[in-house]
Design a binder for this molecule. Structure first.
Ligand code: FDA
Length: 504
């Protein structure tokens, strides 16, 4: 405790030697501050890390400008404090706000400005903005532009863009990180860099390699993409009795080959069965078409007649309404819900996989048994690839999951009590083991933004060879290049966490 207080004191003295305390109100929060706890919790998006046993930061800094970041970094290094950078706090394993070492959080929630240039069809977005705020800002300027990022409005721009970021229009336009054209960041020496100053290899690394290994990315310049004035949505759900297994079996080969304008994802869940009072699996398909219902109808009837879709299954809306729809908001409500950061988050554990060959029927049947066995809210999200994703080379950015993938799977289990976490985590690990024969192999690939510490962690100053256990899964052959970039920009490995890239 006294060494902890010593670190805090050392940091504060360092900071206030440069900036007087009365000029930095609302920037530094120590554990004795009444705002510390609410601020820490304000963007913990996995309640598994709200447990009292989870280590907490010595300090939280909420910079109002880049100089505050430079100073926080300088004083952290001087006092041997680790830095964790938090934008939206959605990291599945809490890496932006939990560390086993004495640390401070640089929380970017006050750096969230968005400036849109409609002439250039571009925007500068600060990392502390949420993707909901970004969608909202774009919609306020244009009904026919959007941005290809994720579905959940509170996801932070900082983590999302640095780890990939996919959503309902990624088959047409690629990942969020594929649409970044410049960035501003602060490196380990406190230097402010843009694309020209950082060089193309570092610019490559931060678009999918995870920002936390390379520095603090403060803003991104992105390309806006065109969307039609009307898009079309539809939903179809089937239980096992209604033929869900055959439907999903077929979906595996149809959805990745559909036109790039059409996104048809599947959520697999468990509901109470009406017939026998037990539980049954339900497969729910939701489609988004960048076009009118009239054009969609023949497309679906030809490619997926089993869905038996008719005109009255379709709802036309604006693109921003489709954003509300996929974020589970009313499409007729005010767009301002996209700005809401006060949401409650569940405790959960998630994992990911990539599927390259259709899973056979018996494989799906075994999967259903595993899902029904779990006594909690478990679900899978299956996201079809293909389209633009197959056209981008697998080394264009560190995100390697391109051509050859039919779809990605996210497995997730939510639970009410953290005391039961080990039981549910054990179940999801068994589910993952069951899926091994049906998914990508050598390496079994995973999505960085669905961070999973079961894949492997750095122990102290892990070597490149050790880190390959998880690094190849997220980045495949791009891992080596990431480690070479890391060696150039942060050879002392100051920016590190359980799954940061080691210098090679
Ligand atoms: P957070 O702040 O926790 O950061 C995540 C990681 O990035 C940490 O390692 C952090 O240190 C680092 N980091 C953050 N900001 C940084 C910065 N400015 N500079 C350097 N490093 C930085 N994904 C997806 O592709 N599509 C989707 O639809 C969704 N939906 C979704 C819903 C929900 C409810 C959750 C919890 C998560 C998702 N995700 C997702 C996953 C999401 O993309 C992933 O968790 C992102 O990393 C979150 O970014 P945040 O800034 O919110 O996280």
């Amino acid at each position: 405790s006294s060494s902890r207080i010593g670190l805090e004191k050392g940091f504060l003295q360092c900071f206030h030697r440069i900036l007087e305390a009365n000029t930095t109100s609302g920037v530094i929060f120590t554990r004795s501050s009444s705002s510390y706890e609410p601020l820490l919790k304000s963007s913990i998006r996995n309640a598994r890390f709200l447990n009292s046993s989870v280590p907490k930061p010595n300090l939280i800094v909420t910079p109002h400008n880049l100089f505050h970041i430079q100073l926080a970094l300088f004083c952290s290094k001087k006092n041997s404090l680790q830095v964790r950078v938090r934008s939206g706090g959605h990291d599945y394993e809490g890496l932006s706000y939990v560390s086993q070492f004495p640390f401070l959080i640089i929380d970017l929630n006050k750096l969230r400005s968005i400036s849109i240039n409609m002439k250039e069809k571009s925007a500068w977005v600060q990392s502390g903005a949420t993707i909901g705020e970004l969608y909202y800002a774009i919609a306020n300027r244009s009904k026919v532009h959007g941005f290809p990022a994720g579905s959940c409005a509170t996801v932070g721009v900082g983590g999302h863009l640095s780890g990939g970021g996919f959503g309902t229009i990624f088959r047409k336009y690629g990942l969020a990180s594929d649409n970044v054209i410049d960035a501003q960041m602060i490196d380990v020496n406190g230097k402010i860099l843009n694309r020209t100053l950082m060089g193309e290899d570092l610019f490559w690394a931060i678009r999918g390699g995870g920002g936390s290994s390379f520095g603090i990315i403060t803003a991104w310049k992105i390309k806006l993409v065109p969307v039609p004035s009307k898009v079309t949505i539809f939903d179809v759900s089937r239980t096992l009795d209604q033929g869900a297994t055959n439907l999903l079996h077929k979906w595996q080969t149809v959805a990745p080959k559909l036109a790039a304008e059409l996104f048809l994802h599947t959520v697999v869940g468990v509901v109470n069965s009406a017939s026998d009072g037990g539980k049954t699996v339900v497969v729910s398909l939701t489609g988004l078409y960048l076009g009118t219902a009239e054009n969609l109808l023949p497309l679906m009837q030809n490619s997926f007649p089993e869905l038996d879709l008719q005109q009255n299954n379709f709802t036309q809306m604006t693109w921003i309404q489709s954003v509300l729809y996929f974020a589970s908001y009313s499409i007729d409500g005010p767009l301002e819900v996209l700005l809401n950061r006060n949401i409650t988050s569940p405790s959960f554990k998630a994992k990911s996989d990539y599927v390259k060959e259709p899973i056979p029927l018996h494989g799906l049947e075994g999967l259903w048994k595993m899902l029904v066995m779990e006594n909690s809210r478990s679900y899978l999200i299956l996201s079809p690839y293909g389209g633009k994703m197959s056209e981008i080379s697998d080394s264009e950015t560190p995100f390697p999951h391109r051509k050859g993938n039919l779809y990605g799977i996210q497995y997730s289990v939510n639970f009410d009590s953290n005391e039961d976490a080990p039981k549910h985590m054990d179940w999801i690990r068994k589910l993952y083991a069951y899926m091994a024969p049906y998914v990508s192999k050598w390496p079994r690939q995973a999505y960085l933004n669905y961070r999973d510490l079961d894949l492997g962690v750095n122990r102290g100053n892990s070597s490149y060879e050790e880190a390959k256990s998880w690094g190849l899964k997220y980045f495949n052959h791009n891992f080596e290049r990431l480690a070479l970039v890391k060696a150039r920009v942060d050879p002392g490995n100051y920016f590190r966490d359980e799954q940061s890239i080691p210098p090679l």
